[in-house]
Design a protein around this ligand. Structure first.
Ligand SMILES: [Zn+2]
Length: 263
């Protein structure tokens, strides 16, 4: 009788132990899956007027440090305004990517087929679009420039003449959003080239502005948007490497990217 009870208790203990082992095994497996879930991202960069060799490193390393493991695919092109970023020749260029960072400056590229591929590639894949500085001036002379602007959320064709520190201030929407928390009440950029935004497309939420002395008006400099199933985060800040290197820029672009990928 005692032996039977002992055997029964032993079996219970063994079952319980086995159960714990299985559970902990599952937990370990889940943790490994979580750890192995790497984001897939693309950087398209190059074109006129900026130090894209340095910015390529600042942008990809900055985002990987702040967001977590990212498998990067980088397409970097030469320093001409009319360069054709051939990655976009494939209509399915964005398939499988969580997000694409556009830090490109192809103001004189106007091929409507190529530009349509960029737009449709985002729409069909759902890959989020992270837009930096001269991307907003790219493709601006194309016959379908407005389709591009509808995706990116703003219309801008020129910038202030002066290069200077910009006082970046959150809007009311920005104060309510965690995305631009790193601005505090105001961030004075180390240097800057302020883009003049003549139109904000409906559905764009402007998160921060900087005042243009040359235009005597506030200019949107950071925004978010959803268009045709694509989450878009954009900033016209980022002409100079020292701006991109700044903690504020890095924190805000990482937060905007997290929002854009739904985290
Ligand atoms: Zn610039």
């Amino acid at each position: 009788m005692v032996a039977a009870r002992f055997r029964s208790n032993l079996l219970s203990v063994l079952k319980l132990f086995g159960c714990i082992c299985m559970t902990s095994g599952l937990l370990v497996a889940n943790a490994q899956e979580t750890a192995e879930r790497r984001l897939k991202a693309m950087l398209v960069t190059g074109g006129c007027c900026h130090d894209y060799d340095s910015q390529r490193i600042l942008v990809t390393e900055g985002l990987s440090q702040r967001i977590g493991p990212i498998d990067w695919t980088i397409h970097q092109y030469d320093d001409k305004k009319d360069t054709r970023a051939t990655v976009y020749d494939d209509p399915k260029w964005a398939d499988g990517y969580d997000f694409v960072v556009h830090n490109e400056c192809f103001g004189a590229m106007s091929d409507p087929k190529l530009i349509n591929n960029i737009i449709e590639g985002h729409k069909q894949s759902g890959a989020a679009a992270i837009l930096v500085h001269c991307t907003m001036h790219s493709y601006r002379s194309s016959e379908i420039a407005d389709s591009w602007r509808e995706l990116i959320g703003v219309t801008s064709t020129f910038h202030e003449r002066a290069k200077r520190s910009l006082a970046v201030i959150p809007t009311d929407a920005g104060r309510e959003s965690k995305i631009v928390a790193a601005l505090g009440d105001q961030w004075d950029t180390p240097n800057g080239e302020l883009y003049i935004v003549k139109h904000v497309w409906p559905g764009t939420t402007v998160l921060a502005t900087a005042y243009s002395m040359e235009q005597d008006a506030d200019q949107p400099v950071i925004w978010r948007r959803e268009h045709a199933g694509v989450r878009v985060f954009g900033t016209t800040l980022g002409h100079h490497n020292e701006t991109i290197r700044a903690d504020q820029w890095q924190e805000i672009v990482a937060a905007g990217t997290k929002w854009a990928i739904g985290e």
